[in-house]
Design a protein around this ligand. Structure first.
Ligand code: ZN
Ligand code: ZN
Length: 387
């Protein structure tokens, strides 16, 4: 196949074969390399939230999930990749990235060579017909869009992975999770679960949560409102405070525990720069002693694991009283809060975690997670309260 477009240039042909070989090798490694599973007798530390896997009959560390295809718990599971027939997780994430990178490089190289050919055809358009290799021309016209499509789709996936783990410090599953949390943040169901989890873990009721907005911002916001509006708002807040959902705490106030900052996010996932391109380069930790950001340890008011409503959700129904308050909240100072109204009307608001789908229509199941193993019974989540 390669000869059709590269026979005129020996060195291009050699380079192409070299890139193709590296791509195949990296593909093979991405298929074979184990993402890693929790140790058989893994047990969380005293006083930590306990996550139990029904299928493995074992505790699982933070960030790990049971994969329905691999049929085991996978450390720092990113997603199950159907193209490598393997989970992408702690142990093979750098290998997966290298595989994507080599496919991008090779398909990009092919795209350049094919485009050069097309330009050549155009320049030679006045030649007699018998001098134009029709078979080759057809192959080029056929292959160019396919190659372009592959190049673009893998490039998008690669960039998405890079942004997720470098900037946010998140796996694809955690990105999905944070989208769900943002979508359900205003619901009673979500906060009832948080309150229940907080009680189980700390043996006391959830304290009043406040926003991280600085005091200056608060003052400025207050100044913008007239005296009358302020009084009205305070009255409103007092009324709302009686509800389950905290009113001064926003989604932005929630700290993601595993975002260690740009550089540390990179090194904990794919190692140091000299390891990035090495076929065996990997992360610098075991994948089950999970480091949390200092910001989370120092400032987090919830003191709960990720996701804060945990892997299971109790059935809760919102009372009529609180429903009235919710409707009041949409109409603050006679203005309709469109964003809030949109969220309220979103049918996903009260969906269970196992049913929820993001804007792309992806469920937890689509990312490869075994939903039956994920939704652990409460009896199995007994906590050890620190003495
Ligand atoms: Zn498991
Ligand atoms: Zn898997």
């Amino acid at each position: 196949m390669a000869n059709t477009w590269c026979d005129s240039n020996q060195s291009e042909q050699i380079w192409f074969q070299a890139y193709l070989t590296i791509s195949w090798i990296s593909y093979f490694i991405a298929i074979r390399k184990d993402p890693g599973s929790p140790p058989i007798n893994f047990e969380p530390n005293q006083g930590e939230w306990r996550r139990w896997c029904k299928k493995c009959q074992n505790y699982k560390p933070e960030r790990s999930h049971h994969c329905k295809s691999c049929q085991k718990c996978v450390l720092k599971m990113d997603h199950h990749c159907p193209w490598t027939m393997n989970c992408v997780g702690h142990g093979n994430f750098p290998h997966f990235l290298r595989f994507l990178l080599w496919v991008i490089w090779t398909s990009g190289y092919i795209m350049v060579q094919l485009s050069k050919r097309v330009i050549q055809y155009y320049e030679e358009r006045n030649l007699p017909a018998y001098l134009i290799p029709r078979g080759e021309m057809l192959a080029v016209v056929f292959l160019l869009p396919i190659d372009f499509f592959m190049f673009i789709s893998i490039l998008i996936l690669f960039i998405r992975c890079l942004i997720n783990f470098m900037v946010k410090g998140m796996t694809q599953i955690e990105v999905w999770e944070s989208e769900r949390i943002e979508g359900q943040f205003h619901t009673e169901r979500f906060w009832r679960q948080i309150r229940s989890n907080y009680f189980k873990l700390h043996n006391k009721a959830l304290p009043k949560l406040t926003s991280w907005r600085t005091e200056n911002e608060r003052i400025r916001a207050a100044e913008e409102l007239s005296q009358e509006q302020q009084e009205e708002e305070e009255e409103q807040e007092e009324l709302l405070e009686q509800g389950v959902v905290p009113q001064e705490y926003t989604y932005e106030d929630l700290i993601f525990p595993y975002d260690l900052g740009f550089w540390k996010n990179i090194t904990t996932s794919i190692g140091y720069p000299y390891q990035w391109i090495l076929p065996w380069g990997g992360p610098n930790n075991d994948g089950y002693h999970i480091e949390k950001s200092e910001e989370f340890i120092e400032e987090d008011q919830l003191g709960l694991p990720w996701p804060p409503d945990s892997g299971h959700q109790e059935n809760t129904t919102s009372s009529t009283i609180n429903r009235d308050i919710e409707l009041d909240q949409i109409q603050i100072n006679g203005r309709t809060n469109i964003q809030l109204l949109k969220k309220r009307l979103d049918p996903r608001s009260n969906m269970k975690r196992t049913e929820w789908m993001n804007d792309q229509g992806e469920t937890l199941d689509d990312l490869g997670v075994d939903i039956d193993a994920e939704d652990a019974d409460h009896e199995e989540l007994l906590l050890n309260h620190p003495e």
